[in-house]
Write a protein that binds this ligand. Structure first.
Ligand SMILES: NC(=O)c1ccc[n+]([C@@H]2O[C@H](COP(=O)([O-])OP(=O)(O)OC[C@H]3O[C@@H](n4cnc5c(N)ncnc54)[C@H](OP(=O)(O)O)[C@@H]3O)[C@@H](O)[C@H]2O)c1
Length: 279
């Protein structure tokens, strides 16, 4: 197999904080990179950066939780370059309406007190949509792009788990449930696709700032919110992660020479969060 010809990656969520960095790094290594996300404008910024630096990227607007949309993206990639060999499933995230503002049951949530948003006040459609994006938004790209990988008996898939995959973090029930599922699905698919020479692993980032979480972690005057202080208390390295600190993990996982016996694992990159005693 001509390895250069087959260095074709799809990165979902490529307009976002973590996966734009991954897409740029894959391009630096000679991968042709298809950038997937819903807002084309965000993708175009990354595409322009990659192409200006001498790499090759295309932006494809796609909703990863919709099969038809991901199939259309695959057809475009196939027509442009050929079958994908690396799939980074970064698309995901949370929505404010799926978050409680309480960490435990409060009777006021049953009385419709607007100050309290508990589990019983959540909008079930939003809850479902967070689960869809963070579960089916990974399953469907595996189903669509993985099919070509299986045909060619070669491929690497990286999914995105979270600290909440290990123990459910307060306030984020839907997201926690979905990211817990990612660890399980990564193991399932790894075992299933091993005969097709496809390795499936996941990265579980600790706390990294993105456009959404920045508003949750900092007050307008720049000071940390109670949530951020709590997280830092339980992060031994005492800072948020930086997107480039995920690259070593990604590059090792997709390296068939050095990680060829590694499949089905989820690797935390978390500043020690999982090792913190928490008390
Ligand atoms: N940042 C952290 O601390 C952290 C921690 C643990 C896990 N993670 C996970 O790491 C991944 C990347 O996070 P990030 O911090 O880079 O988030 P981000 O900056 O919000 O990027 C996520 C990207 O996913 C895209 N996306 C969301 N829903 C989509 C859909 N249905 N179809 C296609 N694209 C969709 C969004 O673009 P559009 O809205 O334009 O579609 C967005 O650009 C996510 O899976 C996240 O859950 C992040």
């Amino acid at each position: 197999m001509n390895k250069t010809k087959h260095k074709i990656a799809v990165v979902t969520g490529a307009g976002g904080t973590l996966c734009s960095e991954m897409a740029r790094d894959l391009a630096r290594q000679g991968y042709k990179v298809a950038l997937l996300g819903r807002s084309i404008d965000k993708l175009k910024v990354v595409e322009d950066e990659i192409n200006a630096a001498g790499g090759e990227a295309i932006s494809i607007s796609a909703d990863v939780s919709g099969e038809a949309s991901v199939r259309a993206a695959n057809e475009l990639v196939m027509k442009t370059w050929g079958p994908v060999t690396v799939l980074i499933n970064g698309a995901g995230g949370n929505q404010n309406d799926a978050l409680t503002n309480t960490v435990e049951f409060d009777e006021r949530e049953l009385e419709g007190d607007p100050a309290v948003k508990g589990f019983f006040n959540l909008n079930m459609q939003t809850f479902q949509s967070v689960i869809d994006i963070n579960t089916m938004g990974t399953v469907i790209p595996c189903y669509v792009f993985g099919r070509e990988m299986a045909r060619n008996k070669h491929g690497n898939i990286i999914n995105f788990a979270s600290m909440t995959s290990y123990r459910p973090i307060t306030k984020v029930a839907a997201y926690a449930m979905a990211k817990g599922g990612i660890v399980n699905f990564t193991q399932w698919l790894a075992a299933y696709l091993a005969p097709a020479n496809i390795r499936v692993n996941a990265i579980a980032p600790g706390f990294f700032l993105n456009d959404r979480s920045r508003k949750i972690m900092f007050h307008e005057d720049g000071s940390q919110t109670e949530r951020a202080v709590n997280i830092m208390r339980q992060t031994p390295i005492k800072r948020f992660g930086d997107a480039h600190e995920l690259l070593g993990c990604m590059n090792w996982l997709i390296d068939d020479k050095n990680a060829g016996f590694v499949t089905g694992i989820t690797i935390p990159v978390d500043g020690g969060f999982l090792s913190s005693p928490g008390v």
